[in-house]
Design a protein around this ligand. Structure first.
Ligand code: GDP
Length: 424
């Protein structure tokens, strides 16, 4: 593998962080190419347990350079507190092993306010935002109304730019939402206290990546969330505000000339979904509660209980296609070990027909799952390290998913630890 993207196939939380942490052994550079601190990657390794939000999951490997690309929403405040957390646990973060693109836009203090204010205005029609300011940030980025990290090196121009943005944004804050206006003093403090902490890491990462590419270095592109949250291909408007697909990796990373040879799509052995929006295969009641408990399905960022369901073949097949995945990592198979019969959503019914394609977002609320049951294996599989170590029922379950989604399942994860993996 030379250029490889690790992406989510479903609604996010598939275990991408765990796969990046495992696979970084073979890579020189890890780049995050989209999204912000609004989701969490949980990584467990010999240094401890980490919930990463913005930092690339390669930061635990010595010799790996980690980059936040230009497509990422860089929130200086939350990034710095995350950096401090991992440094406190003994992880070294220096401008040599961690770099922020000078072309990454900065999430400004009012983006978080606007996210909260808008969700409060929407009341029961809310989108289920994590209120990290991501949607207001990306709207402003595309309106060209935010600032680039590299502007921190031009203090005079930066102040003038921020003054213009503040004048414009205060109109929305005060006149639309009746909220408090920002002052230049607030913003100067933000530059001096907050932005100053991350400034030493800001650099021309595009040039760094180009050089790395010309030297034949191996680059891993790390995504956040999953296909069904992609702004263009997901369950709009219950998507995120950026492209979570591998096709966006060259643009958002700062290496537009990159050809991504391998796309590893991460799929959980069952489904989970955080927040609002259609979730056709959703389970309810005791059955759902038990799966949530067994899989510890509570959001890494918000602690919110995740909605759960059986693996959804229709959504997963669509996700594989959108990502152009070349291989699949199936995670959390061990979680299903308690089940007598394992449900799988094989199709949907829509308007009286059985369908195998993923419908247009507005039609999803009328779709109903078709469930088929597989025999459970009812034993602990967490120490399996080879395909042959898995019970026949588990092999059948994995092989069925593989056949239905049309993509080889190369990795089967049977525990959160780095080595709890079967490589086929
Ligand atoms: P990400 O955002 O895609 O990285 O996913 P999250 O970190 O939000 O969720 C994945 C969770 O599952 C984390 O708590 C991982 O430690 C855990 N996990 C990953 N793979 C496995 C696995 O194979 N088995 C079990 N039991 N837990 C896993």
């Amino acid at each position: 593998m030379s250029n490889c993207a690790i992406v989510g196939i479903n609604w996010g939380d598939e275990g991408k962080g765990r796969m990046v942490d495992l696979l970084t052994e073979d890579f020189d550079v890890v780049v995050r190419f989209q999204g912000g601190g609004n989701a969490g990657h949980t990584v467990i390794n010999e240094l401890g347990k980490f919930a990463l939000h913005l930092l690339p999951s390669g930061i635990f490997r010595k010799g790996v350079v980690n980059i936040l690309g230009n497509g990422v929403a860089v929130d200086p405040q939350s990034l710095w507190s995350e950096m401090q957390d991992v440094m406190d646990k003994g992880v070294s973060l220096t401008p040599e092993n961690f770099k922020i693109s000078e072309r990454a836009s900065l999430l400004l203090p009012w983006h978080r306010d606007l996210d909260e204010l808008e969700e409060a205005r929407l009341k029961d029609k809310k989108y289920g935002s994590t209120k990290q300011g991501i949607a207001p940030f990306y709207s402003d980025k595309y309106q060209k109304k935010t600032i680039l990290a590299g502007e921190l090196f031009y203090p005079e121009e930066l102040k003038a730019h921020l003054a213009d943005l503040m004048e414009w944004k205060n109109l929305t804050l005060t006149k639309v939402y009746g909220a408090k206006a920002y002052t230049m003093q607030d913003l100067e403090e933000w530059i001096e206290k907050t932005c100053a902490t991350i400034k030493p890491y800001v650099t021309d990462t595009g040039a760094f990546l180009k050089k790395a590419q010309s030297e034949g270095k191996k680059i891993l592109f790390e995504a956040q969330l999953g296909s069904l949250r992609d702004l263009d291909y997901g369950i709009y408007p219950y998507t995120t505000s950026s492209n979570t697909t591998a096709a966006y990796a060259p643009i958002g990373s700062g290496l537009p000339s990159a050809k991504i040879e391998d796309v590893i799509g991460v799929v959980k052995a069952y489904s989970t979904c955080v927040g609002e929006g259609p979730f056709v295969c959703e389970m309810f009641g005791d059955e759902a509660e038990q799966l949530r408990k067994e899989g510890f399905e509570y959001g890494a960022k918000t602690g919110r209980p995740r909605r759960v369901g059986p693996v959804d073949i229709v959504a997963t097949r669509y996700g594989v296609e959108v990502q152009a995945a070349t291989a699949i990592a199936l995670t959390k198979l061990d979680v299903l070990s308690y089940m007598d019969k394992i449900p799988v959503c094989t199709n949907y019914t829509l308007n009286g027909e059985t369908i195998d394609y993923f419908p247009f977002p507005s039609a999803l609320k009328y779709a109903k799952p078709v469930i088929k049951y597989f025999d459970g294996w009812k034993c602990d599989i967490s120490s399996a390290r080879k395909w042959e170590d898995l019970p026949k029922e588990a092999q059948e379950y994995v092989s069925f998913i593989e056949k239905e989604i049309g993509c080889p399942i190369k990795y089967v994860s049977v525990g959160p630890e780095r080595d709890s993996i079967i490589i086929r």
